[in-house]
Design a protein around this ligand. Structure first.
Ligand SMILES: NC(=O)c1ccc[n+]([C@@H]2O[C@H](COP(=O)([O-])OP(=O)(O)OC[C@H]3O[C@@H](n4cnc5c(N)ncnc54)[C@H](O)[C@@H]3O)[C@@H](O)[C@H]2O)c1
Length: 411
């Protein structure tokens, strides 16, 4: 194993709620040279700079975006101290499918967030054990369990963020689209309940095929008269997490510095890492671009095959989903510096949904960052065109499914 470039020390891995321990934040502090930096472990420590002045934000906002991404050791140190303070606002988060392979570790990671006051765990399988187990962690949030459809409404009332990893995962040889028939119905049922009980919540869809389940969710919310495109997200964070990891390994970069935007969708060739936009800037040979792109696109299958029938990515997915939850909560908490990639309703291309970097705010998507898809290399531009037919057909499949079974209007 290669020696680590920076030395790390765990500053606080747990916090004691009201018991008065000095450590109240889930965080890791590390020393590199003389600078002290901090990160929550889940927050994207982005070093992205917006190269384009022609972002639809206009020049001023682009400059602000650039400034917001600039290295800010001082602000980061301040942020770390801020995270040690009790939070002014906290939020309720629900995980639907919480007894599953993703749901359990995701619930644990959310339980560690100082921004969460209540964690609602729902599953059709018994989720009482998971909730009881987690409730013994001495972190501030209360954990409540809800088992079976009769308890779904109560689970969702008053919730700020709903995360949906419910559904079946892939087995070797399956594509994400093979999950459509089962997961489409599960997502439909759950989103109907979200529409009825917490229509203002951020909705994070993890259940595959994301390229279809997000359009299904949008249609269901439209049928219920409560669709807010700014608050519906397909979780593609794992693609970014993987891209960052693989690029850092390949280029021997410090992992925490690396940021690779991943656009398109979340299946096979629709996953398009924009390696030319990697920050810090890195040079790749043609062969490296091809190998990295294909590895990022097939990383899910790499895990499915390694698990040999035991499911798909759960731990890295839980990590990625928890990062997206944490980013959403920071945005809800008033942080104006939150950027993530996500599969959302979009006008960036001719497709109605598209994954790209977005700016998150209190009301959800504040802006879709257009500069990432400008000035693409020939390889990326070709790959973008090549993914469109497949993504279009997955979106249309989701829309057709939802329209075939129009839901009754909300009462
Ligand atoms: N977006 C991504 O990047 C990504 C990555 C990995 C996996 N996934 C997807 O996440 C989903 C879950 O994967 P997993 O490994 O946790 O599967 P899993 O089988 O381990 O867990 C799924 C859970 O959902 C529950 N469930 C099923 N139907 C339900 C319903 N109607 N209401 C509530 N809960 C219900 C099950 O009881 C189970 O506990 C799969 O669709 C998988 O393809 C997405």
């Amino acid at each position: 194993m290669a020696a680590a470039a920076a030395t790390f020390s765990i500053a606080s891995v747990a916090y004691s709620g009201t018991q008065g321990s000095k450590a109240k934040s889930f965080g890791v502090r590390f020393n590199s040279g003389n600078s002290l930096k901090s990160f929550s472990g889940l927050k994207a420590e982005s070093s992205v700079r917006c190269e384009s002045e022609t972002s639809f934000f206009g020049k001023e906002s682009t400059a602000a975006l650039r400034a917001s991404f600039a290295p800010r050791a001082e602000k980061q140190a301040q942020n770390f101290e801020n995270r040690l303070q009790p939070r002014a606002s906290t939020f309720k988060v629900a995980v639907l499918g919480a007894a599953g392979g993703i749901g359990q570790p995701l619930a644990l990671l959310i339980k560690m967030s100082p921004l969460v006051s209540a964690l609602h765990l729902y599953d059709v399988a018994n989720v009482k054990g998971v909730a009881t187990d987690l409730s013994h962690c001495n972190t501030p949030s209360e954990v409540l369990e809800f088992t079976g459809p009769s308890e779904l409404s109560n689970c969702l009332k008053g919730v700020d963020v709903v995360v949906i990893p419910a559904g079946v995962p892939r087995k070797p040889g399956m594509t994400r689209d093979d999950l459509f028939n089962i997961n489409a119905n599960i997502v439909k049922t759950l989103v109907e309940a979200v529409a009825d009980n917490c229509p203002d919540a951020f909705i994070h869809i993890i259940s595959n095929p994301v390229n279809s389940t997000v359009p299904i969710a949008a249609e269901i919310l439209k049928q219920k008269g409560v669709y807010n495109p700014k608050k519906l997200f397909g979780v593609t964070t794992l693609d970014v997490v993987r891209a960052n990891t693989f690029v850092a390994q390949k280029k021997n970069l410090r992992l925490i510095d690396v940021d690779v935007p991943v656009v398109g969708g979340h299946a096979g060739i629709t996953i398009l890492p924009l390696l030319s936009k990697t920050r810090p800037a890195a040079n790749f040979t043609g062969q490296e671009i091809e190998e990295l792109t294909v590895r990022i696109q097939n990383a899910g299958t790499e895990v499915v095959e390694a698990k040999a029938g035991e499911g798909s990515a759960t731990l890295s997915m839980a990590y990625a989903a928890a990062r997206f939850v944490e980013s959403s909560l920071r945005a809800l908490d008033g942080d104006t510096d939150v950027y993530e990639c996500s599969f959302v309703q979009s006008e960036l291309t001719e497709l109605p949904f598209f994954a790209s970097r977005i700016k998150l705010g209190k009301n959800g998507v504040e802006a879709v960052i257009s500069s990432d898809v400008q000035g693409l290399t020939e390889y990326e531009a070709k790959a973008l065109e090549a993914l469109k037919p497949e993504l279009k057909s997955s979106i249309e499949k989701g829309v057709a499914f939802a329209q075939k079974q129009a839901a009754p209007a909300s009462v």
